[in-house]
Design a protein around this ligand. Structure first.
Ligand code: NDP
Length: 248
């Protein structure tokens, strides 16, 4: 079935690779107009060409979303371009894994700013328009690390548990405005995310774990998001936890 998102406007953060890129394409396949945000302009431009071929009238937003003002700006620019924002996919994230005792707190602060604060800021910016139209869907990408905390992933887990808690409180604040909130919690997905890990022994352990299983693909997460945002508007999928079959 095509065109289930005809006339809908979506903004996908972290769209220059992995889950965000696959999600932008999946939304476009269903007829949505799609704005895409991240730092790497070349990757966004390549994606924009593919989106344009699908008729998605893409808007490229180059932004460092670790700054909350940038997270707010991309929402405002999306609304200015299309006149509305219906679907906000808060996906941009980094994963810095290392033992607490050796952690670089500056790096962890940047992760908290991007994975949590920026997601809060873009959400806050989107609420006014969604409330006015009594229509909107916010999809926040957490992780299995938002449900199970492992050693050497303390701060990453803190960000992803944070996203789960924020999403549930948000849902309860906005459901009466006909705004839906979904939180997605993927297990291991085959993307560039593990490249962020610079702590050597942790990187080896995570690579070994990934190498020993059939990982999820970005398309699997895009399909899940698409399922959530194409339900009739009286249905709100609150939370989806999905793991590779091979992941404990
Ligand atoms: P990728 O590394 O492929 O994607 C991360 C995206 O975030 C990129 O588009 C990147 O773009 C963007 N990003 C990173 N830093 C910034 C920044 N400062 N400002 C703006 N954008 C930024 O990994 P995934 O696709 O896997 O990750 C997407 C989300 O999925 C993340 O939130 C991650 O935590 C989550 N997730 C991933 C899992 C996995 O196993 N891969 C499992 C569970 C959750 P750019 O560098 O161009 O700025």
């Amino acid at each position: 079935m095509q065109n289930r998102l005809k006339d809908r406007v979506a903004l996908v953060t972290g769209a220059s690779s992995g889950i965000g890129e696959a999600t932008a394409l999946a939304l476009a396949d269903q007829g949505a107009k799609v704005a895409i945000a991240a730092r790497r302009k070349d990757r966004l431009d390549d994606l924009a060409k593919k989106l344009a071929e699908k008729g998605a009238e893409p808007l490229v937003l180059v932004a460092d979303l670790s700054h909350e003002a940038e997270a707010q700006r991309i929402v405002k620019e999306t609304e200015a371009r299309y006149g509305r924002l219906d679907i906000l996919i808060n996906n941009a994230g980094v994963m810095y894994l290392e033992p607490i005792a050796e952690a670089d707190l500056g790096r962890w602060r940047r992760m908290l700013e991007l994975n949590v604060l920026s997601l809060i800021a873009s959400t806050q910016a989107a609420l006014a328009g969604m409330r006015e139209r009594r229509d909107g869907h916010i999809v926040n990408i957490s992780s299995v690390a938002g449900r199970v905390a492992n050693p050497n992933s303390a701060a990453y887990a803190a960000t992803k548990f944070g996203v789960v808690g924020f999403s549930e409180a948000l849902r309860r604040e906005v459901f009466k405005d006909n705004i839906r909130v979904s939180v997605i919690e993927p297990g291991m997905v085959d993307t560039e995310l593990r490249d962020h890990v610079s702590h050597e022994t942790t990187k080896k352990a995570v690579d070994a774990l990934a190498g020993g299983m059939r990982q999820l693909q970005s398309q699997d997460i895009a399909d899940t998001i698409l399922f959530c945002v194409t339900r009739p508007d009286y249905v709100c999928i609150n939370e989806v936890l999905l793991r590779p079959t091979d992941q404990e």
